[in-house]
Design a protein around this ligand. Sequence first.
Ligand code: SF4
Length: 280
Amino acid sequence: MEVILAKTAGFCFGVDRAVSRAAGEAEKTDGPVYTYGPLVHNEEVIRDLESKGIRAVTAEELEGLDGGTVIIRAHGIPKAEQEKLVLHGFKVVDLTCPFVKRIHRIVQEASEAGRTVVITGNKDHPEVKGIVGWCGGKAIVIADESGIPEIPQDAPVTVVSQTTFNYKKFKELVEKISERSYNKHVVNTICNATQERQTEAGAIAERADVMIVIGGRESSNTQKLFEICRSACPRTYYIQTPDDLKTLSFAPVSSVGITAGASTPNNIIQEVYSHVRGKQ
Ligand code: SF4
């Protein structure tokens, strides 16, 4: 049986950076260390961080705490929330992914120049909420064409995107925006990590008899990977840990593909890989 492990499975650059630096921060800090929301959507990683003394807390819980270190996760947070943490006396360690931080800088400068910021993405996603929070002026989030009429006609606009937005959709929306605004500055801020992972997963699922997608239940990028794989390979399974493999039977198949979401740690991927290879 052939077992195909996706090269892009697991932590992306931003998540890897956040998880490893958070662990390093806990080692060198004496006081309590918190993350502003879960650092990643993976229970194994959260448990591992807890064992290192790092606790995920909500903004409301932080209100009742008295000092310590607060780690900002890869998605980033609004500027005002970050400033509030400093005002409350917390030491802030900003582990916002540099690709997201770049968007914060672009929208802040655009706002200061009096431009309307248009963000293509999901307005409820934490990354998008964070980006909106760095726009000092008018910000409009659009997920599809229905949001286009909200953009003021002939106003100077700067267009950016949520890092995980679909590139084809982004291009289509930019074309529509061009019909309304002649003074536009478009910056493609989509991160290739997601696109590459999805393309590779789909290609593996096309040729595999069984496909395994590993990731936390709450991880939206893992859910998306699962949908892509299932549409190419009906026998696609969504698992969280190697334990979940016990209930699966692969026989008779000649190939099994494996991929994982951006918040799945490498040790879990390797365990699943070894386990599946051992089933032959
Ligand atoms: S998906 Fe891209 S932008 Fe998002 S955290 Fe990972 S590397 Fe950064």
